[in-house]
Design a protein around this ligand. Structure first.
Ligand code: RP5
Length: 168
């Protein structure tokens, strides 16, 4: 699956270990869509399709992707293995499974060795992964940065309004 304008290929690759991760990961796609950022979505399991997973990571930058969002659950090696083979920033999303409340996924993703960073968001924090990717791209795109600042102002206004309602 991919979403992007005809003039530009995807800038963000959203990948996951299984299609069963999609109900969590689709929030990343939703966030990118809100900011008009073209993205692609795929399943590249680190354990079930390791060669394809390595090829995806190795080819990502050359294909024009600028950031990867990788989600996995359980023994969640996908974000770290991608970070090992790409120079792109990798954002890891711990997907909670039936057991252990996602702690296994979180610890598998966050405890990376020095030299191979993965920016890990909260358990099931796919929306923040999408927003973080937007900020990374916005570092070199003033228009996108302005949209992020407007979004932050909306959050501010909403929180202020909620406080005002409680006070009255
Ligand atoms: C992980 O195993 C996937 O990321 C998924 O979270 C989990 C279960 O996968 P399925 O058995 O549902 O395909 O690699």
């Amino acid at each position: 699956m991919s979403a992007g304008g005809p003039e530009s290929g995807p800038l963000v690759g959203i990948v996951m270990g299984s299609d069963s991760d999609w109900p969590v990961m689709e929030a990343a796609a939703q966030a990118l869509a809100e900011f008009g950022i073209p993205y692609e979505v795929d399943v590249v399991s680190a354990h079930r399709m390791p060669r394809e997973m390595l090829a995806y990571g190795e080819q990502a930058a050359g294909r024009g992707l600028r950031t990867l969002i990788a989600g996995a659950g359980g023994a969640a090696h996908l974000p770290g293995m991608l970070a090992a083979v790409t120079p792109l920033p990798v954002i890891g999303v711990p997907v909670p499974l039936k057991h252990l409340d996602g702690m296994d996924s979180l610890l598998s993703i966050v405890q990376m060795p020095a030299g191979v960073p993965v920016a890990t968001v909260s358990v099931a924090g796919a929306r923040n992964a999408g927003l973080l990717a937007a900020r990374i791209l916005g570092a070199h795109d003033g228009e996108l940065r302005d949209r992020m600042a407007a979004f932050q102002q909306e959050l501010n206004d909403l929180a202020t309004e909620k406080g005002r309602r409680l006070r009255t």
